[in-house]
Design a protein around this ligand. Structure first.
Ligand SMILES: [Zn+2]
Length: 177
């Protein structure tokens, strides 16, 4: 299945949030790790901000401060342990995501280097994506437009690839969107 490309600057995510049309999972391709982390944090902050305006986090409330200092209890970051992202890591994340958000708003899960998911872990993640827990948002990262697990195709609406160094985004759709 071919992947439909869609350029979606980070700002558009905030606009999507403002009108209630944020997808529950996005794939961030290219850009630097810092840019991708910044985008994921910006959205985690916006989703949890107590003073959000037009989809943008205020940056000042306690929740925003926690997100931007890397201490928010509902922000989960996962990267490969050793050479791969393993099924026990994904299962542990699944358990955490099924718990109610600590602060009653949204949980955000960031998975770095999703190209390194083991097949087992990818299948486990796919099941989560197909029936995502409420108020959970995923941001997947990978360094370039490499082949992704074909099993993800049915839940991938589009994704982003950067022309040169810029950050592009792609949305996934699941049953909830
Ligand atoms: Zn805020």
């Amino acid at each position: 299945m071919s992947e439909k490309l869609e350029i979606l600057p980070a700002q558009q995510l905030e606009q999507a949030l403002a009108i209630g049309r944020l997808s529950h999972a996005y794939l961030l391709v290219g850009g630097t790790p810092e840019e991708k982390l910044e985008t994921a944090r910006r959205m985690a902050a916006a989703l949890n901000c107590t003073a959000r305006r037009e989809g943008r986090a205020c940056g000042l409330c306690p929740s925003c401060r926690q997100v931007f200092s890397g201490n928010h209890p509902d922000f989960h970051y996962l990267e490969p342990r050793g050479a791969s992202l393993k099924i026990d890591q994904v299962r542990k994340l699944e358990i955490e995501l099924k718990l109610k958000a600590f602060q009653g708003r949204a949980k955000v899960a960031v998975l770095n280097r999703v190209e390194d998911l083991t097949l087992e872990a990818a299948n486990c993640l796919l099941k989560i994506l197909e029936e995502p827990p409420p108020n959970v948002y995923f941001f997947f990262w990978r360094p370039s437009r490499m082949r992704f697990y074909p099993q993800f195709a049915p839940v991938v609406r589009s994704f982003i690839s950067p022309p040169r160094g810029s950050l592009l985004l792609g949305g996934f759709t699941g049953k909830r969107s």
